[in-house]
Design a protein around this ligand. Structure first.
Ligand code: 1HE
Length: 265
């Protein structure tokens, strides 16, 4: 496993990596060692890890970029390199080896929201709130937010949040599409771990297709997308595990699809 800074805590539980932003005294503000550490971890999680959960320690998920890091004057190209470093690290999450479920609570702002947007499934606790205060700090997004957050909620909402400083509450974030699950405060970790556990039971080739192919297909022109879909489907279906799983269903040895009775929105 990559050498990680103390601001990243890792625990492995039943094939699920629990990755915790662990710098609560600075509200998990993202400094360079934390960002590169996240990239290194998700690029090569320990063998046997099939899914991950991303959490923030303390009262907030993440306060975004560590503003102390960019307070001094820096040449423009150094700032470009800084942003590109974030892009690489968050790309390792979005197109990494395992699906990642984020549990969000408290402030999820600036680069913290950019980080959340690079994960695959997002759970909000009722305490979560979302903001992009970059313009108030004289900055612009630099961690992929203009692409990923726009994709989640639409560029018009990103524009509103950035121009007016609008803060979305947990329910507004859920309605806007930032999160897929909204749970009571204190329940985020449990829900995220349960979802990651479910994800870990899927066929690895299917999870690979979902994480690697689906977002690329969704962004490509439809004809190329359909062709890629057919190729990816063939790869997933060719795995011996697919035969076993299909036969399990046909021989009535596995669960049917049934409504989810879990209480959540
Ligand atoms: C920080 C940061 C930070 C807190 N960089 N040090 N992000 C922001 O503009 C958000 C700035 N932070 C806040 O608005 C608030 O801190 C919070 C709403 C997140 C939390 O409030 P609170 O009352 O719980 O904590 P606090 O007292 O404000 O902060 C505790 C400490 O963390 C304090 O330091 P201390 O030495 O006085 O104890 C804060 O200075 C420190 N702290 N947030 C550095 N962000 C790739 S481009 C992305 C661009 C962006 O992300 S821009 C948005 C940046």
């Amino acid at each position: 496993m990559a050498d990680l800074p103390p601001s990243i805590g890792i625990a492995i539980e039943d094939g699920i990596a629990i990755v915790t932003l662990s710098r609560p005294e600075k509200r998990n503000a993202l400094d360079t060692p934390t960002v590169t550490g996240l990239g290194a971890f998700f690029a090569a999680p320990p063998p046997g890890v099939r899914a991950a959960v991303l959490l923030g320690a303390g009262p907030h998920f993440c306060a975004g970029l560590d503003l102390a890091e960019v307070a001094g004057a820096q040449p423009p190209l150094a700032m470009v390199a800084h942003s590109r470093m974030w892009h690489r690290a968050f790309g390792e999450i979005e197109f990494g080896a395992v699906p990642v479920v984020a549990a969000l609570h408290g402030a999820v702002v600036g680069g913290g929201l950019e980080l959340a947007a690079a994960t695959h499934v997002r759970v909000a606790e009722a305490s979560a709130y979302y903001a992009l205060p970059e313009a108030q700090r004289g900055l612009f997004v630099g961690g992929g937010g203009s692409v990923r957050i726009s994709r989640l909620v639409g560029a018009h909402r990103v524009m509103d949040m950035m121009l007016t400083g609008r803060v979305l509450g947990a329910e507004e974030g859920q309605a806007a599409g930032i999160t897929s699950y909204l749970v009571p405060s204190g329940e985020g970790r449990r829900t995220a771990v349960a979802l990651a556990g479910k994800i870990a039971t899927n066929a690895p080739a299917s999870n690979y297709a979902i994480v690697q192919a689906l977002p690329r297909i969704a962004r490509s022109d439809p004809e190329a997308g359909l062709f890629t879909e057919a190729l990816m489907a063939a790869v997933a279906e060719a795995a011996p595990e697919a035969r076993e799983r299909l036969n399990e269903f046909l021989e009535k040895r596995t669960d049917k699809v049934a409504p989810d009775r879990t209480e959540r929105s």
